[in-house]
Structure formats: structure tokens, C-alpha cells
Write a protein that binds this ligand. Structure first.
Ligand code: DQA
Length: 152
């Protein structure tokens, strides 16, 4: 046996995960607190960073109220290991966001703070669910954490 044994180089297992939030989610904290809770988006993102500090993940955060910017962000985060997407109201009708998810290879998990199936009928339809890896709805900020865990 070769006496000059060198241990194998450590392969990084840290997963890069992007958290993308769509329209009106920048208004969390002041927007319909009875539905979406009192946390701001910044507060949720800080909480996610803290809660996932024991997981081997590197989180990136992006929010936009503009459909095309969300499409571009999905393209740009294709190099990550997974994407957590709360597309807000676009969830229910955006073919452009659905097509962007289909166009990339990174797995996308659809999330919602509220239980969209317990709300108005128009929220029961998701244009993006069929092209997502899975969907998590109704657990408040924990919906995001569950999605991150599902991608690790
Ligand atoms: C939401 C649910 C959507 O129906 C709504 O348009 C939102 C937020 C949620 O997180 O519960 O903007 O995605």
C-alpha cells in the first residue's frame, strides 16, 4: 500500500437555495396580518437564515412585484440547487412564470403562507403547481422552512 496516503479532498455538500418572493410580499407585516401574520419579509428571511444555520445550505433572497423580474430571477437562479418560490397572486394565472419554471433545471418548490385551499375559489388554482417539485401551503413562515428542508 502507498504510505503517502492523502485523504480524499472534502467535497462541499452545501446546497445553494434561492428564496424568491413575488408581488405584495414586501408588504408583509402591514398587509392583512390576520391572513399573513405580523412578520415582515425581512424578519422572515432573517428567521429562515437562523433556523437553517444547522442545515448545510446557503440562502439567497430575492423579491419583486414585477412578473418579468421573477422570470429573470428564475433563470438566474437555475445554477442553484433549488428554488423556493412564493409567486403571490401570480401563482394563480402566470403562464410566463410557469414557463420559466419549465425552462430551468433547478427544482422549484411552491410555497404559500396562507392555506390557499381554505380561501377564495380563484386561489385554489395554481398555474405553477404542475411544474413544481411540490407545493406547501398554510404553515405561515414555516412553509418556507419546510420547503428549504425538502431541498436538502
Ligand atoms: C400567497 C397566497 C396568494 O393567493 C396571494 O395572492 C399572496 C400570498 C400566500 O403566501 O399565502 O400574495 O401566496
Amino acid at each position: 500500500m502507498d504510505s503517502a496516503y492523502a485523504p480524499p479532498a472534502k467535497v462541499s455538500t452545501v446546497k445553494k437555495i434561492a428564496i424568491i418572493n413575488g408581488p405584495n410580499l414586501n408588504k408583509l407585516g402591514e398587509r392583512e396580518p390576520s391572513v399573513y401574520g405580523q412578520d415582515t419579509l425581512e424578519g422572515i428571511n432573517e428567521w429562515l437564515a437562523l433556523e437553517s444555520s444547522t442545515l448545510e445550505v446557503e440562502l439567497s433572497f430575492f423579491q419583486s412585484n414585477v412578473e418579468g423580474e421573477i422570470v429573470t430571477a428564475l433563470h438566474q437562479f437555475d445554477s442553484s440547487d433549488g428554488i423556493v418560490l412564493n409567486a403571490g397572486g401570480y401563482t394563480h394565472y402566470s403562464i410566463a412564470i410557469r414557463d420559466a419554471i419549465s425552462a430551468i433545471s433547478a427544482p422549484v418548490v411552491e410555497v404559500h403562507l396562507s392555506n390557499v385551499y381554505a380561501r377564495e375559489d380563484f386561489r385554489h388554482i395554481s398555474a405553477i403547481a404542475p411544474v413544481c417539485k411540490g407545493s406547501i401551503s398554510g404553515f405561515g413562515k414555516n412553509s418556507y422552512l419546510l420547503a428549504i428542508r425538502s431541498l436538502t
